[in-house]
Design a protein around this ligand. Structure first.
Ligand code: UGA
Length: 432
């Protein structure tokens, strides 16, 4: 198939590279001239395991190209994917201006039948709006179909998730685009769920909200476990082995962040309210997530008493492992709270340091340390804020010796409490 992808962010770029990898001819369109130039020169604007090789390989094979021109993308392709941002507005609802703008651009360039596929996470009924908009702005008599095809990839595992999806959801309002969508996805070997557009759009918000709910459930359990002297990891392990529950997304810690769960929860609550339903359950999911950070900071304050001028090492800035993405990162939120109390931070992240520089104050409050094992030198406390697996290889012997006081706050439960105490740390984690 020939495919255009409009919007070359995380979703658009990874989708484009993976479609090319399975043999489709893909042109990625982006309005950002710098980004297009970087990609054309063989550069990658984001860190995502396996992506750079995939992009290079498919560019060389002539199956993947980049352009700034939407018209060119549309002229060259049978199917047009929309993968532009749907950012949150201050009231939690979704800013649809990028989607609407792209719909108008598509309409202006439409010469003959095309399938327009929305991959961005959008409120239910967006497909109908996109179809209305295209119809309003395109030359009369041109046929097209609008399809909803939500994306379920996780940052840090995006290539794997796209190449081996659990399922592909295709929401349609007529049968005409179904064969083409099946042809695009056949090489990925996943079950394809064909449904109506509104249901497809809801599947995405329902799935993300449910995953966030699982995390908040584990974090609420963590509070009970601490009060009762139990271990949340044991409790969630015991629960997760029930195949109806499953073990994933039950890691208690500093709570969820990133550019998806917080935004999608707010959006889903706002969409539900517009449809006349107060989704109180999801409001509680948000509240538990917010409380989790407050509780953790209180733990640090209760132990160190006064944070002003305390030197604190923070391991992790990205919102999760395997990514350089620091947007809505709990780790950044934590750093800001500690800085506000007057603490001086020494921070390290395997990938997120550059992007964090734009978010943390550019002053003496923060020192960026390139060596994970040197970060705790001379510190009053060390905090684990992101679940990077390599943090478990931290030189604990060195940390204990070089820290002023060996106080260790593990916000992601990466270490064993008994072992940490044996090594001489004053160790606290979450729900254990
Ligand atoms: C999430 C979904 O997992 C994807 O399926 C979805 O496609 C994506 O949003 C999206 O809507 O685009 P992502 O935000 O990349 O993916 O990252 P996750 O792996 O889901 O992690 C989100 C946050 O939850 C992170 O801050 C992570 O640290 C936290 N988390 C995750 C926990 O605190 N505990 C867990 O058990 C799992």
């Amino acid at each position: 198939m020939t495919i255009a992808i409009i919007g070359t962010g995380y979703v658009g770029l990874v989708t484009g590279a993976c479609f090319a990898e399975v043999g489709h001819t893909v042109v990625c369109v982006d309005s950002d001239a710098n980004k297009v130039a970087l990609l054309q020169a063989g550069g990658i604007p984001i860190y995502e395991p396996g992506l750079e090789e995939l992009v290079k390989k498919n560019v060389q094979a002539g199956r993947l190209s980049f352009t700034q021109s939407t018209a060119e993308g549309i002229a060259r392709s049978q199917v047009i994917f929309i993968a532009v941002p749907t950012p949150p507005q201050p009231d939690g609802s979704v800013d649809m201006s990028f989607i609407e703008g792209v719909a108008r651009e598509i309409a202006a360039s439409l010469e003959s039948y095309r399938i327009i596929v929305d991959k961005s996470t959008v409120p239910v009924k967006t497909g109908e709006k996109v179809a209305e908009t295209i119809k309003r702005y395109c030359r009369s008599g041109i046929a097209f179909d609008v399809v909803s095809n939500p994306e379920f990839l996780r940052e840090g595992f995006a290539v794997d998730d796209l190449m081996k999806p659990d399922r592909v959801v295709v929401g349609v309002s007529s049968q005409r685009p179904v064969a083409a969508m099946k042809e695009i996805y056949a090489p990925f070997g996943a079950p394809i769920i064909v449904t109506d557009t509104n249901s497809a759009e809801l599947i995405k918000h329902a799935a993300n909200s449910f995953l966030a709910l699982k995390i908040s459930y584990a974090n609420a359990l963590a509070v009970i476990c601490e009060a009762a002297g139990a271990n949340v990891q044991e409790v969630t392990r015991g629960m997760g082995l029930d195949s109806r529950i499953g073990p994933r997304f039950l890691q208690a810690g500093l709570g969820f962040g990133g550019s998806c769960f917080p935004k999608d929860l707010s959006a889903f609550i706002s969409i539900s309210a517009q449809l006349g339903y107060d989704f109180r359950l999801l409001r509680e999911v948000q509240q538990i997530n917010a409380d989790q950070m407050v509780r953790f900071v209180k733990k640090i304050q209760d132990t160190l008493w006064v944070l002003k001028d305390k030197k604190i090492a923070v391991l992790g800035l990205a919102f999760k492992q395997n990514t350089d993405d620091v947007r809505s990162s709990p780790a950044i939120d934590l750093c800001k709270r500690l800085i506000k109390e007057g603490a001086r931070l020494r921070v390290y992240d395997p990938q997120g340091m550059d992007k964090a520089r734009g978010l943390l104050p550019e002053d003496a409050s923060t020192t960026y340390v390139d060596d994970m094992n040197a970060v705790a030198d001379g510190c009053d406390a060390l905090v684990i804020a992101t679940e990077w697996p390599q943090f478990t290889e931290l030189d604990l012997e060195r940390a204990r010796k070089t820290m002023t006081t060996p106080i260790f706050f593990d916000g992601r439960n990466l270490f064993d409490p008994i072992e940490m105490k044996r090594l001489g740390f004053i160790y606290q984690s979450v729900g254990r």
